[in-house]
Design a protein around this ligand. Sequence first.
Ligand code: PMP
Length: 435
Amino acid sequence: ERARLRARTARSGEYFARASAVMPGGVPSQFQSAEPWPVYLERGAGAKVWDVDGNEYRDFHNGFGVMCVGHANPVIAAAVSARMALGTHFAAPTEGSIVVAEELRRRWGLPAWRFTNSGTESTMDAIHLARGSTGRDVIIKIEGTYHGHHDAVMVSVKPPPERMGPRSAPASVPYGDGFAPGTAAATRVVPFNDAAALEAALGEDVAGVIMEPAMMNVNIVPPVEGYLERVRELCSAAGAVLIFDEVKTGAAVAPGGATELYGVKPDVVCLAKAICGGLPGGAIGMTSALGELVAAGRVKQQGTFNGNPLTMAAAAVTLLDVLTDDAYARLHALNAKLMAECERVIAAYELPAHTVGMGSKGCVVMSTEPVLEYRDYLTKIHHELTDLAWLFHMNHGIFMTPGQDEEWTLSVLHTEADLQAYVDAFEAFAREVTD
Ligand code: PMP
């Protein structure tokens, strides 16, 4: 299948050679790398994208889950063009930022909001808030998760098995080089879905706990019953700030994200990706007490492009006009259908797999056992089969995340026909590997 992908995407190969001369690895960002090379895209419309060789794909990657609005959505395009004509950047506030903050407050129920330009900035600011409000240093994160590329969270992001230490005392492993000695030690690591482990790790030195309410980078790992409630209690009791990183779940799984879905309220929520309808941007929501620290300038939250009018124009129509309650209902129904169809294929071909999904997102996990944390992901998943499924889908016109561990994201412009194409490709894959 890899040779086939190579042949189908020959022009991407040429772009890759050209790009490699000016960009390390031939990509603008590490996560865009793929074997044998990244597929360079030319354009997108609705639920489809076209690569530079002219291949057409149904897009289930959707820009790592950003494009819930679909590609070149006319509503977003109109809002962005209208704003373009009025000027795109002043570094002075515009009404758009108020509109978006009001809508985020309505959705998440947190009173105070600020804007950022990415998920990385959102989680970085959240950690400043945790440390600034508590006067403590230590951050607790979940083993295996990714929260962006700033120092405090570049720890034990998919650590290699030989370095991660025992489950009872996971090592804090720096993610790549480039950190001052001791940086990783300020971040304590615990397994997901284990409240007792979190309880043991919490102490008077802990400023905050950052977690995704459902892990989204090792396929999808939902929280077990009662876990998030217990995490909330433990953080409150320990005086630690609870940060939900909803960069991925955010506007993609429910109007008020996983916070709404699971009914557990954090002190800070980090957003980015889907909330801005395809433009770069992010936001953080916080309690009034934390908002006061920001207002007073004690914890600095700032940036030239924060609340950029173009991004705000796109975010406003995304949240108010495109991702409406009806749109979520339709996305959920489509997603449930896709998962059910994949389950049918899994059963028919006795594939060692199961599906997991929430909102507009879902995935086929190549394991017959449930995956509850990163260590399960390492040991229980059939990784070669997952990789083969990605290649097979790419060769059959289904655009998917280049890793083996992500999920699909549906958009409001996906149709039944798009779903059918996915199921057909998946069924052809199942037939081939079980032959
Ligand atoms: N948090 C989570 C949960 C993410 O998935 C990501 C990106 N995949 C980030 C933070 C970082 O966001 P960004 O790439 O916009 O900096």
